[in-house]
Design a protein around this ligand. Structure first.
Ligand code: HEM
Length: 193
């Protein structure tokens, strides 16, 4: 039986996800500085990607106008915390991700998947009221399922490109969060090994 795209994505990125979850300062009793660093790192990672990704014609039926709001939420959260949306290490340049179809779907898998974890994080008192972690609220499940339907439409050829792009995106986001002090330990070398 042919493996589904979702199963292939989970197999290829599951261990990177587990390492990232386990290392985020935000996930374990974060200080206000940890929260700020995380939001600044996420803002600076997403800002150059979000508009171009969700403007892709291949994603136009996935309600891109809803999905392209993350940087707006992050900016509002940082403002509320009295912080600027600038990364803590401004001299680093953001990695270029493959955003065109079909690779863009692999990038979308990682960025949209992170909203599922965000819903778990939103319950932590230190993160209560932050708009970014509320994400899509009641629409979270529906928006995720609609992306999965699109992922499953991929041909075996496209599926390989999507999985490679998702692996690359996990590596890039891990390195970015690490470089900006959002992780407890150094894991990016391990992640790409
Ligand atoms: C930037 C950081 C993160 C990224 C990029 C990320 C990425 C992802 C991805 C791609 C998925 C979809 C997996 C799948 O179903 O195939 C996912 C799901 C999930 N993530 Fe994360 N994640 C992040 C942080 C976290 C954190 C910190 C937690 C835990 C507190 C977490 C908990 C979860 C959970 C529970 C799911 C599954 C939700 C469900 O099935 O309803 N994630 N994440």
């Amino acid at each position: 039986m042919t493996q589904s795209t979702l199963a292939a994505l989970r197999e290829a990125t599951g261990s990177a996800h587990a390492r990232l979850d386990g290392s985020l300062r935000l996930a374990r009793d974060p200080s206000p500085a940890d929260v700020r660093l995380h939001l600044q790192a996420m803002f600076s990672f997403l800002e150059p990607v979000e508009g171009e990704l969700w403007a892709q014609p291949a994603l136009s039926h996935l309600q891109p106008e809803l999905r392209a709001r993350k940087t707006r939420w992050l900016r509002a959260d940082l403002e509320r915390l009295g912080a600027l949306p600038t990364p803590s290490v401004p001299e680093l340049s953001v990695p270029e991700l493959p955003l065109r179809a079909p690779a863009g779907l692999g990038v979308a898998y990682v960025l949209e998947g992170s909203m599922l974890g965000g819903r778990v994080l939103a319950r932590r008192p230190a993160l209560a009221g932050l708009r970014f972690f509320e994400g899509y609220g009641e629409d979270t499940g529906r928006l995720w399922r609609e992306l999965v339907v699109e992922l499953e439409r991929a041909t075996p050829f496209s599926r390989r490109i999507i999985v490679d792009a998702a692996v690359e995106t996990f590596g890039a986001i891990t390195e970015w969060l690490e470089a900006h002090g959002a992780l407890h330990e150094r894991i990016s070398a391990e992640a790409s090994a």
